[in-house]
Design a protein around this ligand. Sequence first.
Ligand SMILES: *[C@@H]1O[C@H](CO)[C@@H](O)[C@H](O)[C@H]1NC(C)=O
Ligand SMILES: *[C@@H]1O[C@H](CO)[C@@H](O)[C@H](O)[C@H]1NC(C)=O
Length: 248
Amino acid sequence: MLLLLPSVPVEGGELRLMRSVLISLQRVQAASITKQESLDLPPGARPALYCSNKCTLRDWCQLWCAYPSNTPTHCLISNITVMPTYQETNMADVLTCHTTRPKDLATHATITAGKQFMSYPLRVKENLLDGFYNYNRDHCFHTKSSNRNRWFTLDFGQPKCFQHVILHAVIYDLAKKRFNNVQVRVSNVTAVTPPEDFAAYDLFGEFHGAASPGQVVEMKSPKPVCARFITGQMLYNNRFQVCHIEVF
Ligand SMILES: *[C@@H]1O[C@H](CO)[C@@H](O)[C@H](O)[C@H]1NC(C)=O
Ligand SMILES: *[C@@H]1O[C@H](CO)[C@@H](O)[C@H](O)[C@H]1NC(C)=O
């Protein structure tokens, strides 16, 4: 569902596209590393208009929720990353919130990847597909360091078309080692030996050098590209850490 609201008081009636998503209030509030604000809803204010405006006026805002759900008295505004395709499992305090993030293909794709660095058992590859990222490093994927392991592949099941690939580096200074010289490639070929065979895939985008803390790397192709597989591979010799991915 799309919600288009005029972002008053911006002149010229600029529209900002927001998409609704069901998410647990507690899950949003518990994201302690995020930037967030809770605002009182003034008497008589329309929650959707008031909250979406407050979100639009803050460049860091990526999600707003009016709560409690039946008779809202507050707006929660957060920079948490929640995809519109996110599937909430905790329905006890679920709310309809609105996200600035686009509908994408990564959420609910399937993933294969190099071996995970086992000292951090929570940092599994599946974290890249859940449509939720609150900047906590345990929501990232973290590989072992050898060349054989510094990669992941998303499989959409059939060729899908997209123009953007967004990758988030971890928010700490270690981003410079964990996200450094990364290539994104695309292909339809199923029988490959990763990562050696990735060289034969088409290059979609490249990130040179070291990421800054929390850097959001956006790769954009001038025209839509269609492919069943997307791979991300780090060429720098360290452990590869990716915290969130979007494909649209
Ligand atoms: C969200 O806020 C946290 C805490 O201030 C920050 O570290 C992170 O980079 C922010 N992310 C975005 C996408 O604004
Ligand atoms: C994958 O297949 C689709 C449909 O057959 C085609 O349009 C696309 O160009 C192919 N992509 C690559 C990277 O070969």
